[in-house]
Design a protein around this ligand. Structure first.
Ligand SMILES: CC(C)(COP(=O)(O)OP(=O)(O)OC[C@H]1O[C@@H](n2cnc3c(N)ncnc32)[C@H](O)[C@@H]1OP(=O)(O)O)[C@@H](O)C(=O)NCCC(=O)NCCS
Length: 236
């Protein structure tokens, strides 16, 4: 068990690029990314994903919150969430993201990307909700409780707002993790031939937790404790 505390806090705008690099490393072996990018070299796949996730995370930063898990000044985990009513990027944001999907990739890649995000978007619940993702932990630190700590914080925050939450995932192990936090599978379907799960968490009307911006987290999944984050305002 690491002794250095894990700090959970909102990323600043200057940290978003680091966040995108972490998302690319953390998610480079996920089935959907392997299928969309179809780059066998892991480092190269990670680079192309980083290029794509940088504008995606910038857009998310504007539309919601980007929570970071930081240990010893190193970003080790990330959880983005779009605020209710802002699940999808607007037209200008889409235009900003497009070059990152097109440049340097063969033509089928942006087409697969479009198909993937389209399949996800058309399943977005009508009910206003917090939309989680991307969620990623540094590969060599996965399985050590960082994701659990982030989800405690995020769920406490969501409960504070009284709203439901929703996410998509492409790994069955993740379904188990999210189920522990009260998410249930609304639908499962293949997207580009990859199994995906669409999960919803109802609002917790009994939540009593109050907010604070920065918090130290327990990484022991056996000792859950709510770790609230601040409301919509960014610290920069
Ligand atoms: C999913 C993820 C964020 C979870 O964070 P984490 O710190 O590894 O998770 P924790 O240690 O807190 O919890 C472990 C649980 O996470 C799930 N899990 C998913 N991927 C895992 C991995 N690569 N290693 C270990 N656990 C993983 C399992 O349910 C596990 O529970 P179990 O031990 O009972 O099987 C992280 O593993 C990750 O970045 N995975 C790759 C990217 C990804 O799939 N992101 C989610 C997209 S929706």
């Amino acid at each position: 068990m690491p002794t250095t505390p894990l700090v959970l806090r909102l990323l600043t705008s200057n940290e978003v690029e680091d966040g995108a690099m972490l998302v690319a490393r953390g998610m480079r072996d996920n089935p959907a990314n392997m299928r969309v990018f179809r780059i066998s070299d892991r480092a190269q796949r990670s680079r192309m994903m980083e290029r794509f996730f940088t504008p995606v995370l910038r857009s998310l930063y504007r539309r919601g919150l980007v929570l970071g898990a930081v240990r010893s000044n190193r970003l080790v985990g990330i959880c983005g969430m779009a605020r209710p009513g802002f699940c999808q990027p607007g037209t200008i944001e889409k235009i900003r993201i497009l070059p990152a999907a097109v440049i340097g990739n063969p033509i089928p890649t942006p087409l697969r990307l479009l198909s993937w995000v389209g399949e996800w978007a058309r399943r977005d619940p009508f009910e206003p909700h917090w939309h989680l993702g991307p969620v990623a932990v540094e590969p060599e630190l996965q399985g050590c409780g960082i994701g659990t700590a982030m989800l405690h914080t995020v769920c406490a925050f969501v409960d504070n707002t009284g709203g439901p939450a929703y996410l998509e995932t492409d790994k069955s192990e993740n379904v188990r993790l999210y189920q522990r936090f009260g998410f249930t599978v609304m639908e499962s379907a293949e997207v580009l031939g990859v199994p995906n799960w669409f999960m919803f968490r109802t609002a917790n009307a009994n939540a009593k937790t109050k907010s604070s911006i920065e918090t130290e987290a327990s990484e022991s999944p056996a000792a859950p404790a709510p770790h609230p984050i601040s409301t919509g305002a960014h610290s920069d």
